[in-house]
Write a protein that binds this ligand. Structure first.
Ligand SMILES: Cc1ncc(C[n+]2csc(CCOP(=O)(O)OP(=O)(O)O)c2C)c(N)n1
Length: 675
């Protein structure tokens, strides 16, 4: 290594260790071990402009082993991001400081939120698919407006996770040549040596996925070998690349090569030894030598700024040659929706034929996709059931990256993680589909959609016991409550066609929030009184009475039971397709819907958990479902008009003569959710 490379690598090791020591919390081992990888990639390969972190043709860098966050902040600081001041590094892991425990994508230079192992590398597959699609749609001869790499750092942990196997398998199938993963092979995880639980030949596994694989045997000092391996990986254009880089965790620390250095600070005394070993003054902290600053300013900062300048010039020429495409590209990168896009969403009348909301969803998704080319996605092998195939397009496959239908295969977790990557890319509205109950498989990534403020459309069907004969393995019970309890997710369970239109409009408009749609397998009638405007408020009155004895509130396929029950009960009927949207309405509006003095009975074919927020009584299901015909299941679980009428009368009788406070009269001491 040259002197400046040596000094830079030492700076990365020492500064990362200082950052963790300062917080007295964090993970110094991986940053110290990966310092040569980081320095090689960032100073010689990574194309980004720290002065414009959102430059659309930047390389994407993902730190999949997010616990090595001290390395992320160190590199962002060295790279010259104005945002990433030394002060922020010194407040690592302190409340409200962006240098959080694990990297969070709301901050500049961090592409995706990582920490739950396996997610980052899977998001990166989405980022690489995003680049491939944008290039196929927008590039022209001599105008490579989209032309960049997606780089990933990951460790043993990420490659043990199932989600990374799913995502890597599809990445190999798709031949994503611009995805390059550097695997920190240090043989240590939290419990100890990888011999305890991880002994397969990872390179062989990846080779069989269809990846190009290489091994760098000395990742602690051999910068040139890492550099060369990255060069080779870049030259392989038809396969993703995995470079296994063997390193020593905590390189340079007395506890190096042990799990003791994985997740605890180096320790003041040992840190002095580290600093002496690397030629730093042990009495000083948070030091970046001027030479290193200057080197990064040139090797990354100036280089990146020049690259963007050249790209801007290219874009200028492109705009002259292809003005319409250039305008569309600008709209996509601005994430602006075309004027008047929502006006054309269909409305439905009671005379329109009954239809399963999954089928209406299929039609509306196709309508939306015809207006918005940024809609891109697919199904986990359930297109014929979920109706999520875009008729305008063919399959997104190797050699057909311009198409929009992704065949995710039976890989629900990776599907959701890939959609997060696509959303994070910045020019997509990704969607994906499976049965609602299988959200359990995808949940690790779904939570991150919410946490990372990513607009992903989860089109989940077969949303209740009324899927029938497939039985309890496929019937969601607790899922409604689980999703509703997750912050920053809209769970929308539309009752009919109008509400499906509303679900899509809301999902597309919610730029910073994912939407989980809960759609029926079985037919539901189009109801009088439903509307797009009402459903967009999350809850509204569908049918009313002068002085109702009871309020029947339903969602999805149970709303029509409430409407029919009203013929025999003096009731107001409320549709509540989305709690989160409803809770965000002004208090006055919410109180008009659920006033004091009238008991509320909820009717929903899932867990009753959570309904006490609005209702005094509930018809629901708090056991697993059963296999059977729809009508037998309806009778067994009490989802018949007769039972709703009977329970309504019981509820009215129970509350007669008692003071009925609105359930909204509850004090909830909590942070307000962002909508
Ligand atoms: C999904 C998930 N499970 C568990 C953890 C807790 N965890 C953090 S790091 C780690 C071990 C990772 O080992 P490796 O990737 O080899 O990291 P290194 O020891 O090299 O730092 C574990 C289990 C996590 N962050 N995410």
């Amino acid at each position: 290594m040259s002197n400046i490379d040596n000094l830079s690598v030492a700076t990365i090791r020492v500064l990362s260790a200082d950052v963790v020591q300062g917080a007295n919390s964090g993970h110094p081992g991986a940053p110290m071990g990966m310092a040569v990888m980081a320095h090689t990639l960032w100073s010689r390969h990574l194309n980004l402009n720290p002065k414009n972190p959102k430059w659309i043709n930047r390389d994407r860098f993902v730190l999949s082993n997010g616990h090595a966050s001290a390395l992320m902040y160190t590199m962002l600081h060295l790279a010259g991001y104005d945002f990433w001041t030394m002060d922020k590094l010194q407040k690592f892991r302190q409340l409200h400081n962006p240098a959080a425990g694990h990297p969070e994508s709301v901050f500049p230079g961090i592409e995706v939120t990582t920490g739950p192992l396996g997610q980052g590398i899977s998001n990166a597959v989405g980022l690489a698919m995003g680049e491939a699609h944008m290039a196929a749609r927008f590039n022209k001869d001599n105008f490579k407006v989209f032309d960049h790499y997606t780089y990933v750092f990951c460790g043993d942990g990420c490659l043990q996770e199932g989600v990374s196997s799913e995502a890597s398998s599809i990445a190999g199938h798709l031949g994503l040549g611009k995805l390059i993963v550097l695997y920190d092979d240090n043989n240590i995880t939290i419990d100890g040596h990888t011999e305890l639980s991880f002994t397969e030949d990872v390179l062989k596994r990846y080779e069989s996925y269809g990846w190009h694989v290489q091994h760098v045997s000395d990742g602690n000092t051999d910068l040139e070998a890492i550099h060369k391996a990255i060069e080779v990986a870049k030259s392989v254009t038809d396969k993703p690349s995995l470079i296994k880089v063997t390193t020593i965790i905590g390189y340079g620390a007395p506890k190096q090569n042990t799990h003791g250095i994985h997740g605890s600070p180096v320790g003041e005394a040992d840190l002095k030894i580290v600093k002496e070993k690397f030629g730093f003054d042990p009495s000083q902290k948070y030091v970046v030598p001027d030479d290193v600053k200057a080197f990064y300013g040139k090797s990354l900062g100036e280089r990146g700024a020049k690259l963007e300048e050249a790209w801007n010039a290219l874009l200028g020429e492109y705009a002259k040659a292809y003005p319409q495409l250039a305008a569309e590209l600008k709209r996509r990168t601005d994430q602006a929706l075309p004027e008047g896009w929502e006006a054309s969403f269909p409305t439905f009348k009671p005379s329109d034929p009954a239809a399963a909301t999954r089928i209406t969803s299929g039609n509306i998704l196709n309508h939306a996709a015809s207006l918005l080319p940024e809609i891109f996605g697919g199904s986990a092998d359930l297109n014929p059931s979920c109706f999520t195939y875009l008729k305008s397009d063919k399959d997104f496959q190797k050699g057909a990256y311009s198409q929009r239908n992704v065949r995710f295969g039976v890989r629900e977790h990776a599907m959701a993680a890939i959609c997060n990557g696509l959303a994070a890319y910045g020019t997509f509205i990704p969607f994906c589909s499976t049965f609602l109950n299988f959200i359990g498989y995808a949940y690790g990534a779904v939570i991150l959609s919410g946490l990372s403020h990513l607009r992903v459309l989860y089109v989940f069907t077969h949303d209740s016991i009324f899927l029938g004969e497939d039985g309890p393995t496929h019937q969601p019970i607790e899922k409604y409550a689980a999703v509703r309890a997750t912050p920053n997710i809209h769970f929308i369970r539309p009752a009919d066609g109008n509400e499906v239109s509303a679900a899509y409009i809301s999902a597309i408009k919610s730029v910073h929030t994912p939407t989980v749609m809960s759609l029926s397998r079985q037919n539901v009638p189009n109801l009088a009184g439903t509307s797009i405007e009402g459903a967009l408020k999350g809850g509204y009155i569908v049918a009313d009475s002068d002085k109702p004895d009871i309020i029947l509130v339903g969602t999805g396929s149970e709303l029509h039971l409430c409407v029919q029950a009203k013929e025999k009960v003096n009731a107001r009927v409320v549709s509540l397709p989305c709690w989160e949207l409803f809770d965000a309405q002004p208090e006055e509006y919410r109180r008009k819907i659920f006033p004091s003095g009238v008991p509320v009975l909820s009717v929903e074919a899932g867990t009753t958990s959570g309904w006490s927020k609005y209702a005094h009584a509930s018809i629901g299901i708090d056991v697993f479902g059963l296999s059977g015909t729809i009508s037998d299941l309806a009778k067994h679980f009490g989802f018949t008009v007769d039972n709703v009428v009977e329970r309504a009368n019981q509820t009215i009788a129970f509350f007669k003569g008692k003071t009925v406070e609105s359930r909204l009269d509850t004090l909830i001491f909590t942070q307000k959710p962002e909508i």
